[in-house]
Design a protein around this ligand. Structure first.
Ligand code: COI
Length: 365
Protein backbone atom coordinates (compact mmCIF):
# COMPACT_ATOMS: atom_id res chain seq x y z
CA UNK A 1 0.00 0.00 0.00
CA UNK A 2 1.20 3.51 -0.79
CA UNK A 3 1.53 6.11 1.98
CA UNK A 4 -0.66 8.38 -0.12
CA UNK A 5 -3.47 5.81 -0.04
CA UNK A 6 -4.48 6.86 3.48
CA UNK A 7 -7.62 8.98 3.24
CA UNK A 8 -8.20 11.66 5.87
CA UNK A 9 -11.58 12.82 7.16
CA UNK A 10 -11.18 15.53 9.76
CA UNK A 11 -13.60 16.05 12.65
CA UNK A 12 -15.97 19.00 12.50
CA UNK A 13 -16.04 19.33 16.31
CA UNK A 14 -12.72 19.20 18.12
CA UNK A 15 -12.91 18.12 21.76
CA UNK A 16 -11.48 20.22 24.60
CA UNK A 17 -7.97 19.10 25.57
CA UNK A 18 -7.14 18.23 29.17
CA UNK A 19 -4.59 20.17 31.24
CA UNK A 20 -1.16 18.49 31.24
CA UNK A 21 -1.07 18.29 35.05
CA UNK A 22 -4.46 16.57 35.28
CA UNK A 23 -3.57 13.63 33.07
CA UNK A 24 -3.97 10.09 34.33
CA UNK A 25 -3.40 7.02 32.13
CA UNK A 26 -5.62 6.09 29.20
CA UNK A 27 -8.85 7.92 30.00
CA UNK A 28 -8.86 10.68 27.39
CA UNK A 29 -8.70 10.12 23.62
CA UNK A 30 -7.79 12.46 20.79
CA UNK A 31 -10.00 13.69 17.94
CA UNK A 32 -9.05 11.08 15.32
CA UNK A 33 -8.22 7.43 14.83
CA UNK A 34 -6.73 5.29 12.09
CA UNK A 35 -8.67 2.31 10.72
CA UNK A 36 -7.98 -0.30 8.04
CA UNK A 37 -9.78 -3.51 7.19
CA UNK A 38 -8.75 -6.99 6.21
CA UNK A 39 -10.59 -9.52 4.09
CA UNK A 40 -9.27 -12.66 2.44
CA UNK A 41 -10.05 -11.22 -1.02
CA UNK A 42 -8.67 -7.71 -0.49
CA UNK A 43 -5.94 -8.28 2.12
CA UNK A 44 -5.38 -5.16 4.33
CA UNK A 45 -7.21 -2.32 2.61
CA UNK A 46 -9.09 0.99 2.94
CA UNK A 47 -6.60 2.73 5.27
CA UNK A 48 -8.21 5.88 6.65
CA UNK A 49 -7.95 8.52 9.33
CA UNK A 50 -11.41 9.38 10.63
CA UNK A 51 -12.92 11.19 13.64
CA UNK A 52 -12.60 9.16 16.89
CA UNK A 53 -15.84 7.21 17.08
CA UNK A 54 -17.54 4.02 18.25
CA UNK A 55 -17.14 0.87 16.15
CA UNK A 56 -20.35 -0.82 15.05
CA UNK A 57 -20.11 -4.60 14.87
CA UNK A 58 -22.57 -7.43 15.03
CA UNK A 59 -22.85 -9.10 18.45
CA UNK A 60 -21.66 -12.28 16.71
CA UNK A 61 -18.28 -10.64 15.84
CA UNK A 62 -15.65 -13.19 16.81
CA UNK A 63 -13.55 -10.89 18.99
CA UNK A 64 -16.42 -10.70 21.50
CA UNK A 65 -16.44 -14.45 21.94
CA UNK A 66 -12.99 -15.93 21.53
CA UNK A 67 -10.70 -12.96 22.03
CA UNK A 68 -8.75 -13.18 18.78
CA UNK A 69 -7.09 -9.81 19.14
CA UNK A 70 -3.65 -8.25 19.62
CA UNK A 71 -2.42 -4.82 20.64
CA UNK A 72 0.66 -2.65 21.04
CA UNK A 73 1.60 0.30 23.22
CA UNK A 74 4.15 3.03 22.48
CA UNK A 75 4.51 6.75 23.12
CA UNK A 76 5.14 10.01 21.28
CA UNK A 77 6.98 12.83 23.05
CA UNK A 78 7.22 16.53 22.42
CA UNK A 79 10.75 17.95 22.68
CA UNK A 80 11.59 21.44 23.96
CA UNK A 81 12.15 22.47 20.31
CA UNK A 82 8.68 21.24 19.37
CA UNK A 83 9.81 18.06 17.61
CA UNK A 84 7.63 14.97 17.92
CA UNK A 85 9.65 11.84 18.72
CA UNK A 86 8.73 8.17 18.80
CA UNK A 87 10.79 5.69 20.83
CA UNK A 88 11.85 2.55 18.91
CA UNK A 89 8.48 2.22 17.11
CA UNK A 90 9.86 -0.40 14.70
CA UNK A 91 10.21 -2.78 17.68
CA UNK A 92 6.48 -2.45 18.36
CA UNK A 93 5.64 -3.08 14.71
CA UNK A 94 7.84 -6.18 14.75
CA UNK A 95 6.17 -7.44 17.93
CA UNK A 96 2.71 -6.73 16.49
CA UNK A 97 3.44 -9.22 13.73
CA UNK A 98 4.85 -11.76 16.20
CA UNK A 99 1.62 -11.47 18.18
CA UNK A 100 -0.35 -11.77 14.91
CA UNK A 101 1.47 -15.02 14.08
CA UNK A 102 0.59 -16.51 17.47
CA UNK A 103 -3.08 -15.45 17.25
CA UNK A 104 -3.57 -16.54 13.59
CA UNK A 105 -4.12 -12.92 12.53
CA UNK A 106 -2.79 -11.91 9.09
CA UNK A 107 0.52 -10.03 9.24
CA UNK A 108 0.61 -6.31 8.52
CA UNK A 109 3.11 -4.29 6.50
CA UNK A 110 5.18 -2.91 9.41
CA UNK A 111 6.45 0.11 7.49
CA UNK A 112 2.98 1.01 6.33
CA UNK A 113 1.42 0.80 9.82
CA UNK A 114 4.29 2.92 11.17
CA UNK A 115 3.64 5.48 8.45
CA UNK A 116 -0.10 5.44 9.27
CA UNK A 117 0.71 5.95 12.92
CA UNK A 118 2.94 8.94 12.08
CA UNK A 119 0.22 10.49 9.90
CA UNK A 120 -2.36 10.06 12.68
CA UNK A 121 -0.02 11.68 15.23
CA UNK A 122 0.59 14.55 12.82
CA UNK A 123 -3.17 15.11 12.48
CA UNK A 124 -3.61 15.10 16.29
CA UNK A 125 -0.23 16.62 17.23
CA UNK A 126 -1.85 19.43 19.20
CA UNK A 127 -2.85 16.72 21.70
CA UNK A 128 0.71 15.81 22.68
CA UNK A 129 1.16 17.07 26.24
CA UNK A 130 4.28 19.03 27.01
CA UNK A 131 4.85 18.68 30.75
CA UNK A 132 7.63 16.37 31.95
CA UNK A 133 6.28 12.92 32.76
CA UNK A 134 3.50 13.19 30.16
CA UNK A 135 3.31 11.84 26.61
CA UNK A 136 0.91 10.71 23.92
CA UNK A 137 0.24 6.99 24.36
CA UNK A 138 -0.37 5.18 21.08
CA UNK A 139 -2.53 2.07 21.07
CA UNK A 140 -2.59 0.10 17.81
CA UNK A 141 -4.81 -3.00 17.99
CA UNK A 142 -6.37 -5.59 15.73
CA UNK A 143 -9.76 -7.24 16.28
CA UNK A 144 -11.42 -10.18 14.57
CA UNK A 145 -14.69 -9.00 13.06
CA UNK A 146 -16.30 -11.95 11.28
CA UNK A 147 -19.78 -12.83 12.53
CA UNK A 148 -19.39 -16.52 13.32
CA UNK A 149 -19.59 -18.58 16.47
CA UNK A 150 -17.39 -21.45 15.35
CA UNK A 151 -13.96 -21.58 16.97
CA UNK A 152 -11.67 -20.75 14.04
CA UNK A 153 -9.54 -17.83 12.85
CA UNK A 154 -11.75 -14.98 11.64
CA UNK A 155 -11.76 -14.18 7.91
CA UNK A 156 -12.06 -10.43 8.50
CA UNK A 157 -10.26 -7.97 10.83
CA UNK A 158 -9.91 -4.31 11.66
CA UNK A 159 -6.66 -2.62 12.62
CA UNK A 160 -7.30 0.54 14.62
CA UNK A 161 -4.91 3.07 16.16
CA UNK A 162 -6.12 5.37 18.92
CA UNK A 163 -4.16 8.03 20.82
CA UNK A 164 -4.37 9.08 24.46
CA UNK A 165 -2.52 11.92 26.20
CA UNK A 166 -1.19 10.37 29.43
CA UNK A 167 0.49 11.15 32.73
CA UNK A 168 2.08 8.46 34.89
CA UNK A 169 0.72 4.92 34.76
CA UNK A 170 0.83 4.23 38.49
CA UNK A 171 -0.54 6.87 40.82
CA UNK A 172 2.76 6.43 42.73
CA UNK A 173 4.66 7.75 39.63
CA UNK A 174 8.28 6.64 39.95
CA UNK A 175 7.81 5.99 43.70
CA UNK A 176 8.40 2.39 44.84
CA UNK A 177 5.46 -0.01 44.88
CA UNK A 178 4.52 -2.86 47.20
CA UNK A 179 4.25 -6.19 45.39
CA UNK A 180 2.77 -9.55 46.47
CA UNK A 181 4.41 -12.73 45.17
CA UNK A 182 1.54 -14.61 43.47
CA UNK A 183 1.47 -18.23 44.53
CA UNK A 184 -1.98 -19.29 43.31
CA UNK A 185 -2.68 -17.79 39.89
CA UNK A 186 -0.31 -17.83 36.90
CA UNK A 187 -0.07 -15.41 34.01
CA UNK A 188 1.19 -17.67 31.24
CA UNK A 189 3.01 -20.90 30.46
CA UNK A 190 5.54 -21.71 27.73
CA UNK A 191 3.57 -22.75 24.66
CA UNK A 192 0.70 -20.47 25.67
CA UNK A 193 0.23 -16.86 24.61
CA UNK A 194 2.48 -15.13 27.17
CA UNK A 195 4.92 -13.89 24.52
CA UNK A 196 2.11 -12.28 22.51
CA UNK A 197 0.51 -8.96 23.40
CA UNK A 198 -3.03 -10.24 23.42
CA UNK A 199 -6.07 -9.34 25.51
CA UNK A 200 -6.48 -12.78 27.12
CA UNK A 201 -3.18 -12.46 29.00
CA UNK A 202 -4.40 -9.27 30.62
CA UNK A 203 -7.91 -10.61 31.29
CA UNK A 204 -6.46 -13.63 33.08
CA UNK A 205 -4.24 -11.38 35.22
CA UNK A 206 -7.16 -9.42 36.69
CA UNK A 207 -8.14 -11.84 39.46
CA UNK A 208 -4.68 -11.88 41.02
CA UNK A 209 -4.49 -8.11 40.67
CA UNK A 210 -7.87 -7.68 42.37
CA UNK A 211 -6.92 -9.92 45.30
CA UNK A 212 -3.54 -8.19 45.67
CA UNK A 213 -5.10 -4.72 45.62
CA UNK A 214 -7.67 -5.71 48.26
CA UNK A 215 -4.72 -6.60 50.52
CA UNK A 216 -2.97 -3.28 49.93
CA UNK A 217 -0.50 -4.22 47.17
CA UNK A 218 -0.03 -2.41 43.87
CA UNK A 219 0.67 -5.47 41.73
CA UNK A 220 1.74 -9.11 41.83
CA UNK A 221 5.02 -10.81 41.04
CA UNK A 222 4.23 -13.61 38.59
CA UNK A 223 5.94 -16.98 38.94
CA UNK A 224 6.32 -19.62 36.23
CA UNK A 225 3.24 -21.71 35.47
CA UNK A 226 4.86 -25.11 35.94
CA UNK A 227 6.72 -25.05 39.23
CA UNK A 228 5.59 -21.66 40.60
CA UNK A 229 9.21 -21.19 41.53
CA UNK A 230 10.85 -18.94 38.97
CA UNK A 231 10.12 -15.26 38.55
CA UNK A 232 8.57 -14.15 35.24
CA UNK A 233 7.06 -10.64 35.31
CA UNK A 234 5.70 -8.01 37.67
CA UNK A 235 2.14 -6.82 36.98
CA UNK A 236 2.19 -6.08 33.24
CA UNK A 237 5.93 -5.31 33.21
CA UNK A 238 9.26 -7.12 32.94
CA UNK A 239 11.33 -7.30 36.13
CA UNK A 240 14.98 -6.72 37.08
CA UNK A 241 16.85 -7.38 40.35
CA UNK A 242 20.23 -6.13 41.54
CA UNK A 243 21.92 -8.68 43.76
CA UNK A 244 25.41 -8.09 45.09
CA UNK A 245 26.27 -5.73 42.23
CA UNK A 246 24.89 -7.97 39.47
CA UNK A 247 21.71 -7.05 37.60
CA UNK A 248 19.54 -10.02 36.72
CA UNK A 249 16.37 -10.33 34.66
CA UNK A 250 14.46 -13.53 33.86
CA UNK A 251 15.61 -14.94 30.50
CA UNK A 252 12.95 -15.04 27.76
CA UNK A 253 11.50 -18.52 28.12
CA UNK A 254 8.45 -18.73 25.90
CA UNK A 255 6.03 -17.24 28.42
CA UNK A 256 7.57 -13.81 29.14
CA UNK A 257 6.66 -10.83 26.94
CA UNK A 258 9.71 -9.31 25.24
CA UNK A 259 9.44 -5.70 26.37
CA UNK A 260 10.91 -2.84 24.34
CA UNK A 261 11.90 -1.12 27.61
CA UNK A 262 13.42 -4.41 28.86
CA UNK A 263 15.57 -4.55 25.73
CA UNK A 264 16.57 -0.87 26.11
CA UNK A 265 17.47 -1.35 29.80
CA UNK A 266 19.67 -4.36 28.94
CA UNK A 267 21.48 -2.32 26.28
CA UNK A 268 21.99 0.66 28.60
CA UNK A 269 23.29 -1.44 31.50
CA UNK A 270 25.78 -3.19 29.20
CA UNK A 271 26.81 0.17 27.76
CA UNK A 272 27.50 1.43 31.29
CA UNK A 273 29.74 -1.59 31.87
CA UNK A 274 27.55 -3.09 34.60
CA UNK A 275 27.34 -6.86 35.03
CA UNK A 276 23.98 -7.93 33.65
CA UNK A 277 22.60 -11.43 33.22
CA UNK A 278 19.47 -12.91 31.66
CA UNK A 279 18.76 -16.17 33.44
CA UNK A 280 16.24 -18.15 35.46
CA UNK A 281 15.87 -16.67 38.92
CA UNK A 282 13.81 -18.26 41.68
CA UNK A 283 11.87 -16.43 44.36
CA UNK A 284 13.87 -18.44 46.95
CA UNK A 285 17.07 -16.95 45.56
CA UNK A 286 15.59 -13.45 46.00
CA UNK A 287 14.54 -14.21 49.60
CA UNK A 288 17.99 -15.66 50.33
CA UNK A 289 19.74 -12.61 48.84
CA UNK A 290 17.50 -10.37 50.93
CA UNK A 291 18.34 -12.30 54.11
CA UNK A 292 22.05 -11.88 53.37
CA UNK A 293 21.61 -8.17 52.73
CA UNK A 294 22.54 -8.59 49.05
CA UNK A 295 19.22 -7.66 47.41
CA UNK A 296 20.04 -4.09 46.46
CA UNK A 297 17.31 -3.10 44.02
CA UNK A 298 14.29 -4.40 42.13
CA UNK A 299 12.34 -2.62 39.39
CA UNK A 300 9.77 -3.27 36.70
CA UNK A 301 10.21 -2.03 33.13
CA UNK A 302 7.46 -1.23 30.62
CA UNK A 303 6.34 1.36 28.09
CA UNK A 304 3.58 2.76 30.27
CA UNK A 305 5.57 3.36 33.49
CA UNK A 306 9.13 3.16 31.98
CA UNK A 307 10.75 2.17 35.33
CA UNK A 308 8.73 1.20 38.38
CA UNK A 309 10.86 0.51 41.49
CA UNK A 310 9.77 -2.28 43.84
CA UNK A 311 10.02 -1.10 47.45
CA UNK A 312 8.70 -4.22 49.13
CA UNK A 313 7.95 -7.83 48.23
CA UNK A 314 5.61 -9.99 50.28
CA UNK A 315 6.25 -13.73 50.06
CA UNK A 316 4.84 -16.39 52.37
CA UNK A 317 3.67 -13.66 54.76
CA UNK A 318 7.17 -12.28 55.04
CA UNK A 319 8.04 -8.74 54.05
CA UNK A 320 11.20 -8.15 52.04
CA UNK A 321 11.90 -4.43 52.11
CA UNK A 322 14.24 -3.41 49.29
CA UNK A 323 16.60 -0.42 49.53
CA UNK A 324 14.67 0.86 52.59
CA UNK A 325 11.57 1.11 50.40
CA UNK A 326 13.25 3.87 48.36
CA UNK A 327 14.02 4.25 44.67
CA UNK A 328 17.52 2.89 44.09
CA UNK A 329 20.32 4.57 42.10
CA UNK A 330 20.12 2.23 39.10
CA UNK A 331 16.34 2.70 38.84
CA UNK A 332 16.80 6.49 39.02
CA UNK A 333 19.59 6.53 36.44
CA UNK A 334 17.67 4.29 34.04
CA UNK A 335 14.50 6.34 34.40
CA UNK A 336 16.23 9.65 33.83
CA UNK A 337 18.35 8.36 30.93
CA UNK A 338 15.48 6.68 29.08
CA UNK A 339 13.03 9.54 29.59
CA UNK A 340 15.70 12.11 28.58
CA UNK A 341 16.39 10.22 25.35
CA UNK A 342 12.64 9.88 24.72
CA UNK A 343 12.09 13.62 25.22
CA UNK A 344 15.12 14.59 23.17
CA UNK A 345 16.91 16.10 26.22
CA UNK A 346 19.89 13.78 25.85
CA UNK A 347 21.86 12.69 22.81
CA UNK A 348 20.42 9.54 21.30
CA UNK A 349 23.59 7.43 20.99
CA UNK A 350 21.64 4.28 20.19
CA UNK A 351 19.50 5.80 17.42
CA UNK A 352 16.35 4.90 19.33
CA UNK A 353 14.21 7.90 18.48
CA UNK A 354 12.39 8.64 15.22
CA UNK A 355 11.14 12.09 14.38
CA UNK A 356 7.52 12.39 13.30
CA UNK A 357 7.03 16.09 12.65
CA UNK A 358 7.49 19.52 14.20
CA UNK A 359 4.78 21.25 16.19
CA UNK A 360 4.52 25.04 16.21
CA UNK A 361 5.00 25.76 19.91
CA UNK A 362 2.15 28.26 20.24
CA UNK A 363 -0.35 25.59 19.19
CA UNK A 364 0.59 23.30 22.07
CA UNK A 365 -1.52 23.53 25.19
C1 COI B 1 3.25 -1.47 29.69
O1 COI B 1 3.98 -1.57 30.67
O2 COI B 1 3.45 -0.65 28.82
C2 COI B 1 2.11 -2.35 29.61
O3 COI B 1 2.15 -3.36 29.00
C3 COI B 1 0.90 -1.89 30.31
C4 COI B 1 -0.22 -1.62 29.35
C5 COI B 1 -0.99 -2.87 29.09
C6 COI B 1 -1.08 -0.52 29.86
Amino acid sequence: MEKSSISIQLTSSKKPKPQSDELAFGRVFTDHMFVMDYSVEENWHSPRIVPYQAIAMEPAAMVYHYGQTVFEGLKAYLTKEGKVLLFRPEKNMERLNKSNDRLCIPRVDEEFVLEALKQLITVDKEWIPEKEGTSLYIRPFIISTESYLGVAPSKTYKLIIILSPVGSYYKEGIAPVKIAVESEFVRAVAGGTGTAKTAGNYASSLKAQEVAEASGFSQVLWLDGLEKKYIEEVGSMNIFFKINGEIITPALNGSILEGVTRNSVLQLLKHWGLPVTERKISVEEIAEAHKEGKLEEAFGTGTAAVISPVGELIWKNESLVINNGETGPISKKLYSTITSIQRGDQSDEFGWTTEVSTVEKEKVN
